[in-house]
Design a protein around this ligand. Structure first.
Ligand code: GUN
Length: 297
């Protein structure tokens, strides 16, 4: 029987295990505070930001939100960032990507105080992660590690193929999984849009992580017998329903399930883990900024 890895259940456990740390910080006068910044009105980004706000309320993190008009000059966003950097009640914040085309996201990231960069995207935090001394692991890669750990999938010596080389998922995940650590020690192949014979690289892997942003790119014929499949993709595709769309992953679930020993669904797999790890990073940020030690799950 193929195990369907339940991201909602694992995320819920992580949230529960954060509440003690949050109350310890609150008792010490520094309840963790997270801000989300959204420039423009991309509907998917609005949904994500709303869910992050709700998550904060559920665990006792103070949530704040700043909307920036999509046609505002980059300086308006920079001013928001400067305000958040200076605000002692904000321990962490994220600028939801993508930003409009006239704004350079790299420049945005460089302006975020690295101590408040709970996405883990600032060059200082990327460098620390690559050096094996991460301050904030980016939320999706960290969530993938936690899912694998919860499912008791030991990566030591395993071949992992990651499909996708994004700064948000593929690159940081590859760096984490090659580290000499209990949740690393894998041999990692990173595939991308110029990879030749993608199917050979996925078929030979013990673990396939699909993070290409391409609906159902990976089907069952590309999965080795008994492999573990982690689907990071969240793609809106047209559908004949009330919303007019449905969510599908980067993996064709039904055919991949026939071959895999364990697989994450979309939705309900990696997505809730990304959100839980943002809460985790916010608690860690508040702990570091206030010098209050807490146990993190
Ligand atoms: N857009 C898609 N994923 C992410 C993420 O993890 N962080 C931010 N800031 N934007 C995103």
């Amino acid at each position: 029987m193929t195990e369907i890895i339940d991201g909602n259940a694992v995320a819920s456990e992580i949230r529960d295990n954060l509440t003690d740390a949050i109350e310890t910080l609150a008792d010490a006068g520094s309840r963790p505070g997270l801000a989300t910044v959204l420039m423009g009105d991309d509907p998917a980004s609005q949904t994500y930001v709303n869910m992050k706000q709700r998550d904060c309320e559920e665990v006792g993190i103070e949530s704040h939100h700043v909307d920036v008009a999509g046609d505002a000059p980059p300086e308006t966003l920079y001013d928001t960032i400067a305000d958040l950097n200076a605000d002692p009640e904000i321990h962490g914040y994220i600028v939801q990507a993508p930003v409009p085309d006239h704004v350079d996201y790299r420049e945005v990231i460089r302006r975020v105080d690295p101590a408040k960069d709970v996405d883990g995207f600032h060059p200082e935090n990327v460098g620390r992660l690559v050096a094996g001394d991460a301050r904030f692991r980016p939320c999706t890669p960290h969530g993938v590690q936690k899912l694998l750990e919860d499912a008791a999938i030991d990566l030591e010596g395993k071949d992992v193929t990651i499909v996708g080389r994004s700064d948000i998922v593929g690159k940081p995940l590859a760096n984490l999984l090659i580290q000499k650590a209990d949740d690393g020690n894998a041999t990692v192949t990173v595939c991308h849009s110029r990879t030749t014979d993608l199917a050979a690289k996925t078929r030979g892997a013990d673990v396939v992580v699909a993070a290409a942003g391409a609906p159902e790119l990976i089907d069952g014929s590309m999965i080795g017998d008994g492999a573990v499949v982690i689907d990071v993709g969240v793609n809106r595709v047209d559908a004949d329903n009330e919303k007019g769309y449905e969510l599908v992953g980067d993996v064709e679930f039904e055919s991949a399930k026939e071959r895999a020993s364990a697989i994450t669904p979309v939705p309900g797999g990696v997505g809730p883990m990304t959100r839980a790890m943002l809460l985790y990073n916010t608690v860690k940020a508040a702990s570091l900024q206030n010098g209050v030690d807490v146990d993190l799950p």
